[in-house]
Design a protein around this ligand. Structure first.
Ligand SMILES: [Zn+2]
Length: 158
């Protein structure tokens, strides 16, 4: 573009400058509007993540274990187990039983098993071991006696 100092050309150049500035101002305001929109979306997402990361203490309905879990995770587990929260270990045990009985029965039977364990083995492991040993000894004695009876009947001579 040739530089001309005459009045007409100077006026035109000034006019073009003003036009550019106006366009520039519009672009800047558009950009700030966009940025504002992104900020709003960011705030919303942060709120959603806040709900996802909200932590509550859940108690296992079978063994009584307490665990800090996210609310979303608690609800997911409850959906699988008829509105009851069960810990990871118990949920595996319940899932194994579900094949043989229904979910409700599997939950109840595992809860009974856990309660019995908590009332005996957990409170007094040594006593529980002793009781188990006594039970095994009793059964093996009964077994031996019944076999012995059969044996004595077959072997005994008049
Ligand atoms: Zn449990």
């Amino acid at each position: 573009m040739s530089v001309c100092a005459c009045e007409v050309h100077r006026f035109n150049a000034q006019h073009v400058d003003e036009g550019n500035q106006q366009r520039l101002r519009k672009v800047v305001s558009d950009v700030s509007k966009e940025i504002e929109k992104y900020y709003c979306r960011l705030e919303l997402e942060r709120d959603e993540f806040g709900a996802i990361e909200e932590v509550e203490q859940a108690e296992c309905q079978c063994c009584g274990l307490k665990e800090d879990c996210t609310v979303v995770y608690i609800r997911e587990v409850e959906k699988c187990f008829y509105g009851k929260w069960v810990c990871g270990l118990c949920s595996e045990a319940v899932k194994e039983r579900v094949g043989k009985v229904g979910m409700q029965d599997a939950l109840n039977s595992h809860r009974d098993f856990c309660q019995e364990y908590n009332d005996t083995t957990r409170l007094n492991p040594k006593l529980s071991l002793t009781l188990s040993m006594r039970e095994i000894a009793k059964r093996s004695l009964e077994n031996r006696n019944s076999k012995g009876l059969k044996l004595s009947r077959t072997i005994s001579y008049p």
